[in-house]
Design a protein around this ligand. Structure first.
Ligand code: AMP
Length: 360
């Protein structure tokens, strides 16, 4: 029988950024304790978790000490080393499991998995050398997108191959690391599904989110996405298949491109995030059960909560860098739900907070 947590049991969270922070807040509301572990001695999560620990992800003695103090373990970011999760999983249940992590950490494994389910993703080829890149670009054409297999986020670790791009330069820009070349998807919008799978295999998903990026960073999410009802249903079904295929437990996100053709709308999966997601922050005020509470429920072995929307239309806007300096103005706006992550220093591109507006 999968472990079910009781109130006052402890959820260990690897990573103490804003996602860990909002997860810890949700756990507290359900009477659960949290222990955040990360290498840094400070972070947004450390202000609100019940307890904190600093240690390297490679420090097995420290990790064992961490595991001994937890009833179940989760993580708030996908770049936690697979070896760390494997080590911890032998001591306490880690949710989501190792398969979700290994697939979502590696763009090639991810695309092989998605295609294997019969779900569309951008055409792709594995790239391990400059000559692989030359052959792939010759076959797939330009524009195309070169992405490192690992450690890419917010547009980092990727290069757009345009008509004039010198391939040797593109290859050196990504540091000559194992990569994939993707065909360019002529999308009209980017959408995401925030979904959850319970330990018993139950599934729940929120309404489809429509996401606008600026400088490769999520700027605004609007819900519901402006798509045909069949498209929204199809997106949720894609997420259900992915969650079941990975036998995951917890909240995860599927980012998709929306392509509009004469024949109608088509969805292409971009990537899977094995965790709560920035495009799901609106659920704190905009859904019956937030994505953070949902994740806590799932990893605790509790029943999933209702994903029903609480308003007609909801927007979530990130406060990036110095935008958070407007907090007094935002705090005085009626109906604006302001969230600040307590980061000490604003830097360009740094997510400092977000604001959600629910139209009823
Ligand atoms: P990613 O890091 O994979 O989420 O990519 C960052 C952004 O680059 C996406 O949000 C898209 O705007 C763009 N992008 C990535 N891959 C493709 C693609 N195959 N075709 C077109 N645009 C892409």
């Amino acid at each position: 029988m999968p472990k079910v947590l009781a109130p006052r049991d402890t959820i260990g969270i690897l990573g103490g950024g804003q996602l860990g922070r909002m997860t810890a807040l949700a756990a507290a509301e359900l009477g659960l304790r949290t222990l955040i572990y990360q290498p840094e001695r400070d972070g947004p999560g450390f202000d609100v978790a019940t307890e904190t620990m600093s240690g390297a992800y490679e420090d097995e003695a420290r990790l064992a000490e961490f595991a001994a103090r937890c009833d179940v373990i989760t993580y708030e970011f996908e770049n936690v080393p697979a070896a760390t999760v494997a080590f911890l999983d032998a001591l306490k249940p880690v949710r989501p499991g190792a398969r979700m992590l290994s697939v979502s950490q590696d763009r090639l494994a991810e695309k092989d998995f998605i295609t294997g389910l019969g779900i569309a993703c951008a055409p792709y080829r594995a790239i391990d050398s400059l000559s692989d890149l030359e052959a792939a670009v010759a076959a797939m054409g330009r524009p195309s997108v070169l992405k490192t297999r690992r450690f890419g986020y917010d547009g980092k670790g990727q290069v757009l191959i345009r008509a004039e791009t010198v391939l040797a330069e593109a290859w050196s820009t990504i540091g000559g690391q194992p990569a994939v070349l993707e065909g360019f998807v002529p999308f009209i919008a980017e959408v995401s599904v925030i979904a959850a799978r319970g330990v018993d295999g139950s599934f729940a998903a929120y309404d489809l989110c429509e996401n606008e990026h600026r400088n490769h960073i999520l700027w605004q999410t609007s819900v519901p996405a402006r798509v045909a009802p069949e498209t929204a249903d199809a997106a949720l079904e894609i997420a259900r298949k992915i969650g079941a295929g990975l036998e995951t437990t917890g909240v995860f996100a599927v980012e998709l491109f929306l392509v509009r053709e004469n024949t109608g709308e088509r969805l292409v999966v971009n990537e899977i995030a094995p965790r709560v997601h920035n495009s799901g922050h609106w659920t704190i005020e905009g859904a019956e059960c937030s994505q953070f509470e949902q994740h806590v429920r799932a990893v605790a072995g509790w029943p999933l909560g209702s994903t029903a929307r609480t308003g007609r239309a909801i927007t979530m806007q990130n406060l990036i860098g110095y935008e958070a300096g407007d907090w007094l103005t935002l705090a005085s706006e009626p109906g604006a739900h302001l969230h600040l992550y307590g980061k000490s220093e604003a830097r360009p591109g740094r997510k400092m907070g977000h604001v959600t507006r629910v139209r009823r």
